[in-house]
Design a protein around this ligand. Sequence first.
Ligand code: MSP
Length: 537
Amino acid sequence: MAATGSEKQGATAYYVSTPIYYVNDAPHLGHAYTTVAGDVLTRWHRQRGEKVWYLTGTDEHGQKIMRTAEANDVTPQAWCDKLVEEAWKPLWEHLNIANDDFIRTTEKRHTDRVQEFVQDLYDKGEIYKGGYEGPYCVGCEEYKLPGDLIDGEGEFAGQKLCPVHKKPVELLKEENYFFKLSEYGPKLLEFYAANPGFIQPESARNEVVNFVEQGLQDLSISRSTFDWGVPVPWDDKHVIYVWIDALLNYATAVGYGANQEKFDGTFPADVHLIGKDILRFHSVIWPAMLMAQGLPLPGKVVANGWLMVGGEKMSKSNLTGIKPQDLTSHFGVDAYRWYFLRAIAYGSDGSFSWEDFTARYTSELANDYGNLASRVAAMVGKYFGGALPEATAVGDAERAVQEGLAKAVATADQKIGEELDFQSGILAVFDFVKQVNGYITEQEPWKVAKDTTPEGQARLATILYTAAEALRGVAVLLNAVMPETSQSLWESLGAEESLGALADQKVQDAGAWGILPAGTTVTKGAVLFPRLEEKPA
Ligand code: MSP
């Protein structure tokens, strides 16, 4: 059997992908949600010391892009070039996304290989010519099954609408090339059964299994009514269906057909991060394409829920004008990266509100975390001239903090690194921050400071060492989520000098105790989470 699941042959890289996004418009909060999640996941694995490959990119062919370009009086290529360079790449840079590559489907390294892949399938008898007539949604770039459509109301009364875009579908009739997808149903079901974690969350898996159990239709893989796409190699009156073209990015970007060593060491992806709108493409069509070629299948496909606006999936048309940059200029990039993963359980739908973001920023980031960092640094400065004292009077209270850190590390590593349960992982770290705040409140170092006996000074030293060492652990644990503020805390603890670069601190070692050496110079750095200005009008 060709499909052997997630085992890679001699592979070394932990390979994570985002969807490649349509460039019909600039990125919005929903696109950034998936990309930030992938960045946190890959930074986490890098900080375990693993080799990682994080891929994102843009999907540039198809009717949707072509129509947008036409409406703007430019060629599709010019439109894509402009959007990629002026909107997409700059946003990922702004959000501190550490992707290893950025693939564009109009690049030759991609289009050549797509043609080879499809030609290969044709030569193997997996593709045949046929006719198709059915409702098509340009927003989804997908033929819909009549049963999937909803009845229009108001301006669309009497028409059938796409359930995702809530816009009328178009009835298309074309002569197309078809991929024999219907033959792969039983093999796919067998694969899902043998790999229960392949599709996540559970609800997504159930949906796909039900869908496949009902029987698959063959898939139209070419279009002939427009030409913005990769030509079908044996028949240039057709272009390859944009989804076949797009899914192949996960192979072409890592050397498929071009760099065997790179390909063997990276492919298949360990995790394809997607939104639930594109689940079937990734968990049905993509694995079937790979099976047809005898290529190994991905480790898992993880679907995030939708960011909602007014009860609808956030999209270009209902954004109410909020751009990622509007939020980062108000809350900062790190808080932005943190907020959506903290506030919404990954896999579930969620909404954004200024009020909720503001409340969480103030209580969790500024008060709990930021204040802890600045108080500890201030007290080490005030009582010990900025030199981290030694802990010589460790008792039960300190041991509880040590255990708290070890627990936070274990939980966060499991939740973020393995389960992609970002919310629980982040919560585990913030519970620990609360514990350390409680410890300081109980120990009252400002009172202990008045006791000038050697015992009193030893207690004071122990309390402040414990708090600083706890923060050392927090800086490591939050580095994947909030790299800028973690770096700032790291420097304020003097850890850059005494322990080296933050990125080199292994997350699995972060729960060990006594890492930060006594004598380290602690300074009061910049405020990690400044008080918020008035909300912009
Ligand atoms: N080009 C295809 C994907 C091809 S992948 C081989 C596509 N592009 S898209 O621009 O429409 O982006 C879809 C992805 O953006 C979703 O799957 C999801 O990851 C993200 N999101 C877009 N809007 C979203 C929300 N409102 N909420 C959460 N994620 C959303 O489909």
